[in-house]
Design a binder for this molecule. Structure first.
Ligand SMILES: Nc1ncnc2c1ncn2[C@@H]1O[C@H](COP(=O)(O)OP(=O)(O)O)[C@@H](O)[C@H]1O
Ligand SMILES: [Mg+2]
Length: 263
């Protein structure tokens, strides 16, 4: 399965992706977790040891690699470069593995069709397409914001997208925008996940204001999220209740994918 996690900034996308990753490991999947945030933080949320994180560099910033593969210097436009550079070795070579989770940092991603035409975007586009179409792991894509960055071709390969929302009007308005963009690129299987939920009021608010999407789970507002961050530990180990919410979301996504809804 290939699952994209989106939503307004700060709602809890990375926190959820981290929980999902460990749940997938528990369920027996090999996991490839992709951090598509320009300032990567999924690794820390996953509790990767600092020495493993220190060895990682976002692909978008690997100028020499981009030059080697595309034939052009990153940042240049107008010249010739390969639109389909070789990328098949990248996920294994430039990632780190911790407790069954392979982590790849992409850096700033501009994957949209006609957007940026430059060597680094060609490289990232090829890479993400390769990952979505050729890798057989459970792929979790922690997206920076909405789906603006996801092109038509890549949207085809995403099995489901989770839109994370806080119980606030603004976050639900963003979810409605993301839903519209996702439908424009015909992304199927869109769901909401409530985040930082403090009780029935919050639960009810999210359900009542959902832009017509099923809510697959509610992640409680929990002080251990901050504690995990401060201790450099993963939340999965620290908060079994949150781990079990994530696990039920993975199971629900799997069930839904088996019988897809129309986009
Ligand atoms: N379930 C939660 N309970 C309490 N705080 C949370 C929860 N989820 C996220 N947070 C806090 O919200 C902030 C943003 O979370 P993060 O997962 O990085 O969001 P995003 O990836 O969407 O920007 C962090 O400070 C995090 O500690
Ligand atoms: Mg994040």
């Amino acid at each position: 399965m290939k699952i994209a996690v989106t939503g307004k900034g700060g709602v809890g996308k990375t926190t959820l992706t981290s929980l999902l990753a460990y749940s997938c490991v528990d369920l027996g999947y090999n996991v490839l977790a992709i951090d598509a945030d320009p300032s990567p933080c999924l690794g820390a949320s996953l509790g990767f040891p600092t020495e493993k994180l220190a060895g990682l560099s976002p692909i978008a910033k690997m100028d020499e690699l981009i030059y080697e593969r595309t034939g052009a210097e990153p940042g240049t436009t107008g010249g010739y470069f390969k639109l389909n550079p070789r990328v098949d070795d990248i996920p294994d070579r430039f990632s780190a593995v911790h407790r069954g989770i392979r982590l790849l940092e992409l850096g700033a991603v501009e994957l949209g069709g006609a957007g940026c035409i430059c060597p680094e975007s060609a490289m990232l586009r090829s890479l993400i397409t390769h990952i979505l179409l050729r890798r057989d792991e459970m792929v979790l894509l922690d997206m920076y914001a909405g789906v603006e960055h996801l092109g038509r071709a890549t949207a085809d390969a995403v099995d489901a997208m989770l839109i994370v929302v806080e119980p606030t009007a603004r976050s639900l308005a963003t979810a409605a925008q993301i839903k519209k963009l996702a439908q424009d690129i015909k992304l199927p299987n869109l769901y909401l996940v409530g985040s930082k939920i403090s009780g029935d009021d919050d639960r009810g608010f999210v359900t009542a204001h959902s832009p017509g999407l099923e809510v697959l789970g509610f992640v409680p507002n929990d002080a251990r999220v901050r504690e995990a961050d401060r201790l450099g530990k993963n939340l999965h180990d620290l908060a079994p209740e949150l781990a079990s919410v994530a696990r039920s979301i993975v199971v629900a996504v799997k069930d839904r994918i088996a019988s897809p809804q129309e986009a």
